[in-house]
Design a protein around this ligand. Structure first.
Ligand code: AMP
Length: 380
């Protein structure tokens, strides 16, 4: 199969949310055509793609036809069924490889992989039955967080637990799923490193991004993270080790907890562009989405240099609960960029868009982005 996919070729995307949308915009800007495949219609990615294919991921005939009609396949969502990826692989290059998804789609496998290559993770233990609870608590201590091993994102399928009885109840509420119990980390900060690796093995990392979550969902990201240089370098080295260890081709994000004593623990991996990297679109030489295009098409990474300090705030569906947000107020800010994902219905907890503010410092950008978001819902 062809390893270098030139502009003018067709990139297939499995999944059709906002990550696919921003990827499609970057790819089309570079002269590629984009075909999007997902079970939905009129999707954030489909709206800006050359072709939107609505099909179940398990319809392997449709998957085979889709894969045969494009030059390379990537995905924007890691919970694509294994059979879908395997079918696509029989017809076309798929980046990153199915084995990357296999490792990262299950928290236990992911943590075992990280520990296996010598990287620090939050103390954890599997909980596959009620009988595992006491032993798991011995490993993690209390309080802890119980998470589903699979299908968890944005805090879904997670609960904080303070007693053995609460762990039992939380596990039962998951309805007998495989779960992981983690120590609750009293972190000083959360950061992420967005990294990219191309097919010839060249890697590049953005400097760490500082993240603040609300109700387990990302709320604010800012860059620079303003951490000691040593900590930043250690986080980037770890991201590099993950890319090489997993043999990723594409973008990968590593989320870390920075503990009170200044050490780093890896919380999670995402083998794709990540919400915390959205600020690279407006604030860096190369966006994380262009990096994904470059990597999956066989080109080296672009520069990860930051042009200006920046902050991104997510716009959740809750902002729509009283009335239509007052967009003109945001657009009155000359240094704020509005990104909306084309979702037709706003729901509480649904990511509808984001704002990126540019400033002279990260703090200034955080303040401006926050002010702009607050004005969206302020009564006249
Ligand atoms: P996750 O889905 O694992 O990325 O979790 C979402 C967010 O929940 C994290 O970014 C943290 O803010 C919080 N969280 C998850 N796990 C832990 C933990 N073990 N200790 C403290 N906070 C956590």
């Amino acid at each position: 199969m062809k390893q270098v996919i030139d502009p003018g070729s067709v990139i297939g995307v499995l999944g059709s949310g906002q990550l696919g949308r921003m990827f499609a915009v970057a790819a089309r800007q570079m002269g590629y055509q984009v075909h999007v495949f997902s079970p939905d219609y009129d999707t954030p990615a489909g709206q800006v793609a050359d072709l939107e294919i609505q099909s179940d991921y398990q319809d392997l005939d449709r998957v085979a036809r889709f894969a045969s009609s494009v030059d390379v396949v990537t995905f924007e969502f890691e919970n694509i069924p294994v059979s879908t990826i395997e079918t696509a692989c029989q017809h076309v290059l798929v980046h990153p490889a199915g084995k990357v998804l296999y490792t990262t789609r299950n928290r236990l496998r992911e943590k075992e992989f990280l520990r296996g290559i010598g990287l620090p993770v939050t103390p954890f233990a599997p909980v596959r039955s009620l009988a595992d609870v006491e032993q798991a608590v011995e490993v993690t201590g209390l309080p802890a967080v119980l998470k589903t091993a699979s299908w968890g994102y944005d805090g879904k399928g997670q609960s904080r637990v303070s007693t053995v009885e609460e762990v039992r109840r939380a596990w039962q509420a998951l309805e007998s799923q495989e779960a992981v119990l983690e120590r609750l980390v009293e972190f000083a900060a959360e950061i992420s490193v967005v990294a990219v690796r191309s097919s010839n093995g060249q890697c590049a990392c953005y400097e760490p991004i500082r993240n603040v979550h609300r109700h387990h969902i990302l709320d604010i990201s800012s860059s620079p993270a303003e951490l000691p240089l040593q900590t930043e370098a250690a986080a980037m080295d770890m991201a590099h080790a993950v890319m090489v260890g997993l043999d990723v081709i594409g973008v990968l994000c590593v989320e870390f907890f920075l503990t009170q004593d200044g050490s780093l623990l890896i919380n999670e991996l995402a083998p794709r562009p990540h919400n915390s990297g959205h600020l690279t679109v407006d604030a860096h030489v190369t966006s994380q989405f262009e990096q994904q295009v470059r990597a999956v098409c066989g080109f080296p990474p672009g520069s990860t240099a930051r042009l200006q300090p920046a902050a991104m705030v997510n716009l959740m569906g809750d902002l729509w609960s009283h009335r239509r947000p007052a967009w003109s107020r945001v657009l009155d800010f000359p240094d704020v960029k509005l990104h909306l994902y084309g979702k037709r219905t706003a729901r509480s907890g649904r990511k509808m868009g984001h704002l990126t503010a540019l400033g002279r410092s990260a703090q200034e950008a955080i303040d401006v982005a926050g002010d702009a978001r607050n004005l969206l819902i302020k009564a006249d």
